[in-house]
Design a protein around this ligand. Sequence first.
Ligand code: C2E
Ligand code: SIN
Ligand code: SIN
Ligand code: FE
Length: 372
Amino acid sequence: MENIACKHCGSMTDNIKKIILADSCVSDLVQGERILKPFYEIISVSSIFELFEALKNMTPDIILLNLTMGGDVINRLKEDARLQDVPVIFLTALGNASSQAESFGLGAADCVTKPFLPPLLLKRIEKELLFAQQTKELVESKAKLDSLFKSMETMVGEKVAEVVQMQNAVLATVTDLVEFRDKHTGGHIVRTQLYIKELVKGMFRRGVYSETISGWDVNALLASSQLHDVGKIAISDNILCKPGKLTEGEFENMKDHVSAGVEAIKRILDNTSNPALLAHALAIAGTHHEKWDGTGYPSGLKGEQIPLEGRIMAIADVYDALITTRSYKESLTHEEAAWIIESGSGTQFDPLLIGVFKDVKKEFAVIAARQR
Ligand code: C2E
Ligand code: SIN
Ligand code: SIN
Ligand code: FE
């Protein structure tokens, strides 16, 4: 044992372990002291009162306690954070099994019989001290690991926040590019997010498709909506920015912005560490030009075949196209735009959602006025 060796070399006196020997039988105290003194610092006490007086001033490495002084002592030790881990070895006069069982039942670390056999007593103490030391080291290294994990978690958390922020920045840049080329849609993407937010809030209030939308992460929906026209990147300038009406052929070409958008988003999803952020992006980009009566593009989906995100996006998208100036059209007033949208109930748009639109269209007007 290290502590014993140190005692012998005399240089590391701080490492001498302290033992309290508590027994009401004075001859046992004397005998125990004689055995332990060469190796340990011994404090002998002959009552529970003396024991706790001694404990006020020091924390022993081990307590040897006469079994008859009882389990109450262990309970009192357990209540004290400073003392609760001090191992207690019970001393029993009889070497019988029942008093050993009683000792362990009371929470003792070990139990030795009197009269003491010096080598046995020393061995038991040595074993208990080693065990206590190992336990302490284990607790310490676990605490170190815990704090290491904590700081790693913090770092990972920061990293994730950084990545999300970066992905948002990339999204914003991509959408800026689209807006930059499609000059007349300035602010369209920001406003469209705000319209969608109003529609979703209105849906909650009215209880429209609330089962579906209560499963959504609305922020992910809004982030995803930014990409609805990302496929316009693939459309040539002379069509995208044409000052007048598109020919039929040009419009066919224009429709390709939907499939181009779906392709682009699939690629982003393949390369993203946070696909949840774009959970709704494919549905929105792929179906925002579908119409309730099945006459839309690219797939001619009808009614509830059209994903709900696409049906919501369609209202926000068309409203904003109507109230703003485009290369091919002048801006309409809020009242004119609202009238056109409401007239599309059941043909272009989902009638339940048009009900919601009527609830929240005042908010649309505010957003349109503020953001134009
Ligand atoms: P956008 O300008 O963002 O328009 C989005 C949607 O708003 C249109 O989808 C359409 O459903 C609706 N919309 C826009 N202006 C009007 C309007 O004056 N009246 C009505 N009732 N609805 C309107 P759509 O038609 O599928 O067009 C998709 C995109 O194709 C448009 O996006 C725009 O970039 C382009 N586009 C459509 N028509 C023309 C055109 O005549 N000339 C040019 N240069 N581009 C056009
Ligand atoms: C929401 O903001 O999520 C809906 C709350 C509402 O009922 O207005
Ligand atoms: C989607 O909802 O995943 C897009 C499908 C489509 O292009 O219609
Ligand atoms: Fe579009």
